[in-house]
Design a protein around this ligand. Structure first.
Ligand SMILES: [Zn+2]
Length: 233
């Protein structure tokens, strides 16, 4: 039979290995894009879509205004040329010019509005872009730290696994079986520490007889409450 302290040492290694495996899983989960980065990208995309919309709207309206101005100038020239003398026809031409001028004035108002929108969305889009750049830089730094930690943890894991193999091999087959059984039934902790007469796993006060027998490293003493193998603290 092996000593209880050998099993205790094995459990310490075992728990350290489990902790590393848990941490590696966490690190794996953190490897995708963060909600903050996704939100920053979406905010920029939305602001930029507005900017493009207003820039296009402004350009279209400016073209319309230019074309209409050219038409008005041509109609004005035609009126002044004296080509048409018929009063009815002149009246019609004047009405047409007046109507085009009214439309032009409405389009110019829209151009002004589009310019204001364009400028506002330019500012907004620039701000969102800066935020996105910062979020991306944060994320890159996080990914680099993540990768570095994974490398370090894998090295620890390799070291501890070989340590655990040696510790495992030093146990008697009966103790290996006992450890395996208790570990699977007791939530990964086969052994509990006895300190000041108390089981540190479940918290009960242990009977005096047990507290005394725990001192003997070669004797298996079990907690009567949680059933774990006791190790003197
Ligand atoms: Zn206990």
């Amino acid at each position: 039979m092996s000593n209880v302290s050998d099993m205790w040492v094995l459990q310490q290694t075992d728990l350290a290995v489990e902790a590393i495996r848990r941490r590696l899983k966490e690190l794996e989960h953190q490897r995708g894009e963060t909600p903050a980065l996704k939100a920053a990208r979406e905010a920029y995309r939305a602001a930029n879509a507005e900017l493009v919309h207003w820039r296009t709207t402004r350009r279209d309206l400016e073209i319309q205004a230019r074309e209409l101005s050219a038409k008005i100038e041509a109609a004005d020239r035609d009126l002044m040329s004296g080509r048409v003398r018929n009063p009815k026809e002149l009246e019609g031409m004047n009405a047409n010019v007046a109507s085009m001028k009214k439309r032009l004035s409405a389009i110019e108002d829209q151009v002004l509005d589009a310019m204001v929108q364009n400028d506002q969305w330019q500012v907004d889009s620039d701000a969102r872009k800066s935020e996105l750049d910062a979020a991306e830089a944060d994320w890159q730094a996080m990914q680099a730290a993540n990768a570095a930690e994974v490398t370090a943890k894998l090295a620890d894991l390799k070291r501890l696994a070989s340590q655990m193999n040696q510790q495992w091999a030093s146990l008697s087959p009966e103790d290996q079986q006992l450890y395996r059984d208790l570990r699977s039934r007791k939530g990964g902790r086969a052994l509990a520490e006895e300190r000041n007469g108390t089981c540190q796993a479940c918290g009960i006060s242990l009977p005096t007889g047990i507290v005394q027998s725990v001192r003997n490293d070669e004797v298996h003493s079990f907690c009567p409450s949680c059933g774990r193998l006791l190790h003197a603290g």
